[in-house]
Design a protein around this ligand. Structure first.
Ligand code: NAP
Length: 248
C-alpha cells in the first residue's frame, strides 16, 4: 500500500538486525530517508547499505543507546550533518533473563537502560525540534511481556511496561504540537533475540499462539510504517499487539 510521507526523515534504533532492520527497510521503501542506528557500526552500516542498494536513502550511525551522553552527542551530530528528524522509532532492545532472586543489579540496570531509559533520551533530544516543526511521529517497540509479565523476565517486563507509560504520557504532552506517539507490543517474532527459544521450546510457544506460527519482522514493520504515515494522524497514545492472537 502506498502511504503518504512528505519528504520525511526517520531514525530507527536497533536497525542493524531483526525487527528494526525490517522497519528501516519498510520506511525506506515508502520514500523515507532513514538513519539506521545500532550498537555496532558493521550492523547498522550493512542495513543502510542494503537500503541504498534497493534504491532508498539511508545513513548509519553506531550509538550505544544505553549511554545518555552518547545519544545526546549523536542527536547534535545528526542535526548538524543530516538535518531534522521527523520520525523516531525506539526499537533497540536486549534481554538478560533470570529468576528475580538470581538476577544481578547489573542485568536489571542494563535492560532498563537499553530498553526504557534510551527512549527517554531520544525523545527528549529529537522531540523538541519536532515540537517546533509542529509534526512528528514516535513509535516505541514494547512487548506483550510488558502487558502480561513473564517469569524470568522481571527486568524486561518492567522496561517494556515502562515504555507503555512513557508512550501514553508523551502522547498527551505532545498532542497539541501534532506529534503522535504510539507503542507496539509484538509477541514471538523470529529474530536473533528469540532464535534459541524458537528451537528449544517451539511446542510450548506455538500452543499459545492462535495463528500457530511465529511472527516475522515484516509483520511488525508494516504497522510501524502505517503509524508513521500522514494517514495515521488521528491515532495516538495506543498500544498495538502484533502477536498472532496471544493476548486478547
Ligand atoms: P535483535 O534481533 O536482537 O536486534 C536488536 C537490535 O538492537 C540490534 O540491531 C542491536 O544492535 C540493537 N541494540 C541492542 N542493544 C543496543 C544498544 N545498547 N545500543 C544500540 N543498539 C542496540 O532484536 P529484535 O528481536 O529485532 O527486537 C527488536 C525490539 O523488539 C526489541 O526492543 C525487543 O525487545 C522487541 N521485541 C522483540 C520480540 C521478538 O520476539 N523478537 C518480541 C517483542 C518485542 P547490533 O546489531 O549492533 O547488535
Amino acid at each position: 500500500m502506498k502511504l503518504t510521507f512528505e519528504n520525511r526523515t526517520a531514525l530507527v534504533t536497533g536497525a542493524g538486525r531483526g525487527i528494526g532492520r525490517a522497519i528501516a527497510a519498510d520506511l525506506a521503501a515508502q520514500g523515507v530517508r532513514v538513519i539506521c542506528v545500532s550498537k555496532s557500526a558493521g550492523s547498522c552500516g550493512s542495513a543502510a547499505e542494503a537500503i541504498r542498494s534497493a534504491g532508498g536513502a539511508a545513513e548509519s550511525l553506531a550509538v550505544d543507546v544505553a549511554d545518555g551522553a552518547a545519544v545526546a552527542a549523536a542527536c547534535e551530530k545528526i542535526q548538524a550533518e543530516i538535518g531534522h528528524v521527523d520520525i523516531l522509532v525506539n526499537n533497540a532492545g536486549i534481554t538478560r533473563d533470570g529468576l528475580l532472586f538470581r538476577m544481578s543489579s547489573e542485568d536489571w540496570e542494563s535492560v532498563l537502560a537499553t530498553n526504557l531509559t534510551a527512549c527517554f533520551h531520544w525523545i527528549k533530544h529529537l522531540g523538541r525540534p519536532m515540537t517546533q516543526k509542529r509534526w512528528g511521529r514516535i513509535v516505541n517497540i514494547s512487548s506483550v511481556i510488558g502487558l502480561r509479565g513473564n517469569a524470568g523476565q522481571a527486568n524486561y517486563a518492567a522496561a517494556k511496561a515502562g515504555m507503555i507509560g512513557l508512550t501514553k504520557s508523551v502522547a498527551r504532552e505532545f498532542a497539541a504540537r501534532k506529534i503522535t506517539c504510539n507503542a507496539l507490543a509484538p509477541g514471538f517474532i523470529e529474530t536473533d533475540m528469540t532464535a534459541a527459544l524458537a528451537e528449544t521450546a517451539a511446542d510450548a510457544i506455538l500452543a499459545n499462539i492462535p495463528l500457530k506460527r511465529y511472527g516475522t519482522p515484516a509483520d511488525v514493520a508494516g504497522l510501524v510504517t502505517y503509524l508513521c504515515s500522514e494517514e495515521a494522524n488521528y491515532i495516538t497514545g495506543q498500544v498495538f499487539t502484533v502477536d498472532g492472537g496471544m493476548v486478547m
